[in-house]
Design a protein around this ligand. Structure first.
Ligand code: AMP
Length: 382
């Protein structure tokens, strides 16, 4: 074994405490590791299954250093951790992926500038800080377009579709002083993602390409393998590999891509962590995305990403509890023995809140999608 490998029995530190941290912790425990969780919240999805749940602000750098002293490596499940937090942890232990990866990917302008300057395909974009810049962008890049806040955006939050020049003043006002990014609208036929891991010595492994369907800007259903030509899948993985190498990622990173109507790939967004579209790997791949993140950050060899069977995942949002008027009918969903239930331990179901997911496998991808959609429909009694 190489020096510097973090072996089972060691304690791993996670910044962030949501469902991604929970599923990482469950995978890590299976391999015999201990996991400490750091976030400002208590009784969290990850904290419930971790060894230690540190409840402190990300800005409390002394607490961050104390947290780091108790672990062998720090990783993330949430990318909006301040740069100063990852720097403070890195004074004490390795942080993987490095804070610089987090810094680039947590701000859309930095991310798209990085991608564009390294030759990765992205939709044309502009930085917006004044109404004049917005008007110029609309003139130069055209309409329709999407105006997004440069920071702290996810699941379509802080995003507006622009169709006409008349909408520009109100759209600018809605930024409320935040820095914006103007993106030419992509007329896409599909959205896909590549989740890939890279080790300290440059080892690389990508999962099969996942195809993603959104509802109200939130991921709704993912299935694998994606229904795209093999050459396009290979190209998506090649792009992902180039991106992980350009960013010198040690750990796991997700690349979200658009497939345009004329069959090209454009990178939409990067996430320096596991991803909602990878949840089906738990039930359908030889190695799940969470174990792969662990292997990459601990310096272990990467596991096989082979898909054992076609699979589909459906998110369970708080909306289902609201429609059911209380607890969903879990037994009805599980009446299909090929359906697996994952719940995140969140107490209050709110509209749009990710509470859990279902995964189904099948002989074909169409069958898996049908099984997971009908299982979800059975959660709400007619
Ligand atoms: P994002 O938060 O950037 O991942 O965007 C959320 C969703 O909005 C994406 O998954 C797309 O469905 C849509 N979207 C984002 N950017 C664009 C764009 N430039 N053109 C068309 N649709 C977009």
């Amino acid at each position: 074994m190489n020096a510097g490998v973090i072996l089972p029995g060691a304690t791993l530190g996670v910044l962030g405490s949501g469902q991604l941290g929970r599923m990482f912790t469950i995978a890590a425990r299976r391999l015999g590791y201990r996991v400490d969780i750091y976030s400002p919240d208590s009784d969290t999805p990850a904290g419930q299954v971790g060894d230690v749940e540190v409840v402190a602000p990300y800005e409390d750098l002394d607490r961050v250093r104390d947290f780091a002293r108790a672990v062998s490596v720090v990783t993330f499940e949430f990318e909006n951790v301040p740069s100063a937090t990852s720097r403070a942890a890195a004074e004490v232990v390795p942080v993987r992926p490095a804070g610089e990866v987090l810094h680039i990917t947590q701000q859309r302008l930095r991310e798209k500038t990085f991608l564009g300057s390294h030759g990765f395909p992205v939709t044309p974009f502009r930085r917006i800080t004044t109404l004049g810049e917005l008007e110029a962008a609309a003139r130069d890049l055209g309409l329709p377009a999407v105006l997004k806040t440069a920071s702290f955006g996810y699941d379509g939050k802080g995003q507006q579709k622009l169709r006409s020049v008349a909408e520009l003043p109100a759209a600018f006002a809605a930024l409320a002083g935040a820095e914006g990014i103007y993106e030419a609208f992509v007329d896409f036929s599909k959205e896909v993602s590549v989740i890939a891991a890279r080790t300290l010595d440059g080892g690389f492994a990508a999962f099969p390409v996942f195809e993603n369907a959104h509802a109200d800007h939130i991921l709704d259903v993912t299935f694998a393998p994606a229904a795209i030509p093999e050459a396009l899948s290979a190209e998506a993985v090649r792009l992902a590999r180039g991106i992980l190498e350009a960013l010198d990622v040690v750990g796991l990173l997700t690349v979200e891509l658009f497939v345009t109507r004329d069959g090209r790939l454009l990178v939409n967004e990067l996430a320096p962590r596991t991803h909602n579209s990878g949840h089906l790997t738990i039930d359908a791949c030889v190695t799940c995305q969470f174990e792969q993140q662990l292997r990459a950050v601990c310096g272990l060899p990467l596991g096989s990403t082979e898909l054992r069977r076609p699979a589909a995942m459906a998110n369970l949002l708080g909306d289902i509890w609201i429609s059911a008027g209380g607890e969903p009918d879990w037994a009805a969903a599980l009446s299909d023995p090929l359906v697996k239930l994952h719940l995140y331990g969140k107490a209050s179901p709110r509209k749009g809140r990710k509470m859990g997911h279902l995964t189904a496998t099948g002989a074909t991808v169409e069958e898996a999608v049908e099984r997971v959609r009908s299982a979800r429909a059975r959660l709400v009694p007619a």
